[in-house]
Each structure stands twice: as structure tokens, then as C-alpha cells.
Write a protein that binds this ligand. Structure first.
Ligand code: EPU
Length: 358
């Protein structure tokens, strides 16, 4: 199925809920469709943007003049498994959270901490989504793409995907209009351990009556365990509950998750900030760098109550900007610039949007 729609509403393709329009929307659901689409005179040689669910996009113009492509390639298929690992082939248009749920139901470990992230599998691999101590790159074995430059389907091994914090080869100027992700091959585990080393995961599990001992710790201690053993579904539910307490549901309140990246700064700069702000949190990056939560900087720079029209800072997590109802793209752009300027003035740190401005 290939569907061409002129002057199409992009409301279903941006979680901010903005009413932008695309000159041409092309929707398809098979890998083979891409050859036909790119041979079509309406598309051939023209600029395009391939989207997933638009959970990381901000359409800044009401009339987007180019082509928007969306693929609904579905399917979750185990291709090989041993006692320890399983390889799973997933269509790029599969819902990411549906995949997480499916893996939990089938006893496959590795992406339970990424439960509840909006969007689709293909976009997840482009963006290297991450949450609660796990990034999708940790389980990606290979990514299947359609190469627009020569009309061929290619498989790119994880090592060649140039994965970094919320980035990959698929976001670089050279490849972003050349490779269209059609599927992802994941390598998942058949057993624990779980990743518990992030924020309040441990506290949330303890509160729900789970023991934090797992694997080798459990065997070494030799003591009977106090509390229930963590299961895959318990882990997923705990993550979903932590998220629900902080992050707005885009179906209810338009948003695109974290609006900014957490800035990476030098340790010296961090030490200087720490002198002035003894509670400033950080995550280690390497020997010379740390990551500082942008949400903390935004809140402590006094931006929590800021809004421009209906574009506002989310009250439970300042890293997220929300559309309270009738925000325009320009309201969101203005609010983000206001935040960037305020944080820069207060802390000397330049925030960089994680959301893609289109
Ligand atoms: N914090 C504040 N005020 C705020 C928000 C956060 O003080 O308004 C503090 C928290 O108290 C905590 C620290 O900042 O000490 C970190 O907060 P949190 O654990 O909520 O995570 P984050 O760094 O704000 C990142 C990701 C999220 C991901 C969470 C959980 C980025 C840009 N964001 O947020 O990803 O869900 O960690 O792992 O890396 C997304 O990319 O869309 C996204 C939501």
C-alpha cells in the first residue's frame, strides 16, 4: 500500500499536537514500496523528511513545503536463539513500547527499562533513545536501511552506526536524507541481571516489596532473600510508574519528551558549579567530562513557571515543554530560546535542543 496525500495534516505525526501541513505526505507499509516511491516523479530528486510518530519533532512552519514520508513496516520476528541470547528482527514502523511489552511477555531481557517511550522502532534506532541507564544501542546488532542514493537495501552493523548520546550516523548531514531505516535487529538476553543503577529505580522497587539482590549477589550471599524476586513485568511496571509520575502523556498533553539534551561539560567547570550549588546532580561521562541534568538547570534558573502563550514548562519535569492546548510552534520556539538564554546567563552552559526543529 502506498498512499499519496497533498496538503496533508501532520497532526498525527507530531506529538506536540501542532496543526502543521505537508505539501505531500507519502505513507507506505512495505520495504519494497520504497523503490517505487523514489521512482515516482512527485518524489524523485525532491527533498523529504522521513518521520516515525513525530515524538521528537517540532514543525516550525504551518506549511511544510517538502515531502513527509512515513513507513508502517510491522513485524517482530525471532530469527535465532540460544539458551542465553535471542535475535529479534523488528519492522521500523512497529510501536517501540509495543515491542517492549512483547519482549517482557516473551521473557526477553534488555529493553524493559526503555518501556513507555513514545515513538517507533526505526526512529528509536536513529535517535539512540535512552532512559533509566539503558540505551537502544546496547542491544542493537544491526540496522536495515534503504539507500536512496542507489536504490539498494543495506544492512549496517552496530559498530558502523556511530552511536553516541541521542545520536547516530542516521542523523548526520551526509546520511540523514540517504538512509531510510526499514528494520532493526536486536540481540536480547534470556535472563537477568536488570539494570537498577539509575535514579530512584531501587527505591521504587523496594517500595513495591522487591529484593534488590540478583544473579551472582544472590548466590554469593547464600542467605534467604527478603522481598520478592524482580521479574521482567515488575521492572516494566516500575519504569512505567516512574515515568508516569514525571512525564506527561502526549495523548493528553502535547509534548516531545526531553526538549533539551543533558549538557556535557568539563569536570573543572562542574567543580566550579558545585562550589556555588552544592546540590547540583551529575552523571559520569568519562575521566574529564560529566553530564548535568538540563531539567535541574532549568528549574534552578527559575524557569519552572515560564510560558509563552500555551507553551509551558512541565511542572513535574522541567526538561519537557508542553502544549497546554493552543500553543503555536513559534510559542514553543520562543519559550525554548528564553530558557536557553536564562540558563546560559545563570550557569554559563549552553543548552542544545534534543527536539529536531523542522
Ligand atoms: N531534575 C530537577 N528538576 C527537573 C527535572 C530533573 O531537579 O525539573 C533533576 C532530578 O531531580 C534528577 C536529575 O535532574 O536529580 C535527573 O532527572 P531525571 O532522572 O528525570 O532524568 P533527566 O536527566 O532529566 C534523562 C533523559 C530522559 C529519560 C530520563 C530517565 C535526556 C535529555 N533525557 O532525563 O529521556 O527518560 O533521563 O533516564 O537525556 C527523552 O529523551 O525524551 C527523555 C524523556
Amino acid at each position: 500500500m502506498i498512499k499519496y496525500t497533498e496538503n496533508a495534516s501532520l497532526r498525527p505525526y507530531n506529538t506536540f499536537g501542532l496543526n502543521a501541513k505537508a505539501a505531500l505526505l507519502v505513507e507506505y507499509n512495505k520495504e519494497e514500496d520504497l523503490q517505487q516511491i523514489f521512482a515516482d516523479p512527485r518524489v524523485k530528486g525532491k527533498p523529504f523528511l522521513h518521520v516515525g510518530q513525530g515524538s521528537n519533532l517540532l514543525f516550525t512552519q504551518e506549511e511544510y513545503p517538502n515531502i513527509i514520508l512515513h513507513g508502517a513496516i510491522k513485524g517482530i520476528k525471532p530469527t535465532s536463539q540460544t539458551e542465553e541470547v535471542i535475535l529479534l528482527e523488528c519492522g521500523a514502523g512497529e510501536s517501540w513500547d509495543h515491542l517492549c511489552e512483547w519482549c517482557v511477555e516473551h521473557g526477553f531481557y534488555g529493553i524493559e527499562n526503555l518501556s513507555g517511550i513514545p515513538g517507533e522502532v526505526g526512529a528509536a534506532a536513529v535517535q539512540n533513545i535512552g532512559a533509566y541507564g539503558v540505551e537502544i544501542k546496547d542491544v542493537i546488532v544491526a540496522v536495515s536501511v534503504y539507500d536512496v542514493a542507489n536504490g539498494k537495501h543495506v544492512i549496517i552493523g552496530a559498530a558502523d552506526c556511530q552511536y553516541g548520546y541521542r545520536t547516530s550516523i542516521f542523523k548526520t548531514p551526509e546520511f540523514k536524507s540517504r538512509f531510510i531505516v526499514t528494520g532493526v535487529l536486536l540481540g536480547l538476553s534470556r535472563k537477568a541481571p536488570f539494570m537498577l543503577e539509575y535514579g530512584n529505580i531501587k527505591a521504587a522497587l523496594l517500595e513495591r516489596g522487591f529484593s534488590l539482590m540478583q544473579g551472582a549477589d544472590k548466590r554469593k550471599s547464600g542467605r534467604p532473600m527478603r522481598g520478592k524476586q524482580i521479574t521482567l513485568s515488575a521492572m516494566r511496571e516500575t519504569i512505567l510508574a516512574i515515568r508516569a509520575a514525571k512525564l506527561p502523556d502526549p495523548q493528553v498533553l502535547g509534548n516531545a519528551g526531553s526538549f533539551f539534551k543533558n549538557p556535557i561539560i568539563g569536570r573543572e567547570q562542574y567543580e566550579a558549579l558545585l562550589n556555588q550549588n552544592p546540590n547540583i546532580p551529575m552523571y559520569d561521562v568519562d575521566a574529564t567530562h560529566v553530564k548535568v541534568p538540563a531539567g535541574w538547570l532549568i528549574e534552578h534558573a527559575g524557569c519552572k513557571e515560564r510560558h509563552v502563550g500555551d507553551a509551558a514548562v512541565h511542572q513535574h519535569q522541567c526538561l519537557v515543554l508542553v502544549n497546554r492546548g493552543h500553543a503555536t510552534a513559534q510559542d514553543i520556539v520562543k519559550l525554548s530560546q528564553l530558557i536557553i538564554d536564562t540558563v546560559q546567563e545563570r550557569y554559563g552552559i549552553l543548552l542544545e535542543p534534543e527536539v529536531n526543529f523542522i
